[in-house]
Design a protein around this ligand. Structure first.
Ligand SMILES: NC(=O)c1ccc[n+]([C@@H]2O[C@H](COP(=O)([O-])OP(=O)(O)OC[C@H]3O[C@@H](n4cnc5c(N)ncnc54)[C@H](O)[C@@H]3O)[C@@H](O)[C@H]2O)c1
Length: 267
């Protein structure tokens, strides 16, 4: 493989996605950092009531690694935009080696039977179709690279990917679907060398967790630490370190699996 490895990360402007950009840059990657940067503007999906990241957030992530991060403002619901981002990464750097699908939104706070349909639509469109679009746009480039055995697709699922969390019905649906998507993708990638894995974080100190706490009428997300055996919230950097391992050559062994990075969630 020529030059530095190249990764594309969605949801890169803050939280776990931003921490992943930093972790990969520290390991020598060049990174294409993708985010919708919708803030609280019209690009935010209906049903999502907390601000998403801004273009200032995305630029700040890139500024920490001069010359190593290309920023792309794109919505993961827009498959053509993701295709253009992946193609331009390959044209610019010659290959694409790792893809991390971290972009997602959360909405909830009611029982399933009281939830407005827009909660399901927003989380299906961003959290599931967004990961599907990211895989569809990027996996062909992983397969066409100089060393497909280095190709890694990592989707960020959740502790909600294998259990039902209270008053988060549509989020539970979406994250279970992400797990199914990764397992199906790994099956389709049989013997190619390219691998697919899901990483399921527990409660991690990010803006999304603050939004989750608000759905539960909690003043402080710290209260969610009691759901983890560590009895503390995770830092985004801790989850990013697991994601970066999944992107590594040694991460091949995790193909087709769901890696829990949750500090012992549910204990
Ligand atoms: N924080 C937690 O406790 C936790 C727990 C389990 C799983 N997760 C998962 O980790 C991932 C990252 O979450 P986070 O906590 O860092 O959240 P976050 O809200 O801090 O970051 C999510 C990023 O995705 C971006 N984004 C949202 N919709 C987008 C779209 N349509 N297109 C492109 N970008 C979009 C946002 O602008 C933001 O920068 C998500 O998949 C989330 O479901 C988080």
């Amino acid at each position: 493989m020529s030059g530095s490895p190249v990764a594309l990360v969605t949801g890169a402007a803050r939280g776990i996605g931003a921490a992943t950009v930093h972790a990969l840059c520290e390991q020598g990657y060049r990174v294409v950092a993708v985010d919708s940067c919708a803030g609280d503007g019209p690009g935010r999906p209906a049903g999502v009531d907390y601000p998403l990241a801004t273009s200032d957030d995305l630029e700040a992530v890139a500024a920490a690694h001069p010359g190593r991060v290309d920023v792309v403002v794109a919505d993961v619901r827009d498959r053509a935009a993701l295709g253009a981002a992946a193609t331009s990464a390959v044209e610019r750097h010659g290959h694409l080696d790792a893809v991390v699908a971290a972009a997602a939104v959360i909405a909830g706070g009611t029982s399933l039977w009281d939830a407005p349909e827009e909660h399901l639509r927003a989380q299906w469109d961003v959290d599931v179709r967004g990961v599907w679009n990211t895989a569809a746009a990027c996996v062909p480039h992983l397969l066409a690279g100089p060393d497909p055995s280095r190709g890694r697709f990592v989707a960020v699922a959740s502790a909600a990917g294998d259990r039902g969390l209270f008053h988060l019905a549509a989020y539970n649906v979406a994250k279970h679907a992400v797990v199914g998507l990764v397992k199906g993708l790994a099956a389709d990638l049989v013997a190619t060398g390219v691998t697919a894995v899901a990483v399921s974080p527990g409660s991690t100190r990010t803006d999304m967790l603050d939004a989750t706490a608000a759905l539960y009428d909690l003043d402080d997300a710290e209260a969610l630490a009691s759901a983890q055996l560590l009895r503390r919230l995770l830092a985004p950097e801790e989850v990013a370190a697991t994601i970066a391992f999944c992107c590594s050559r040694e991460g091949a062994v995790l193909n087709g699996s769901v890696v829990s990075a949750d500090g012992g969630f549910g204990g």
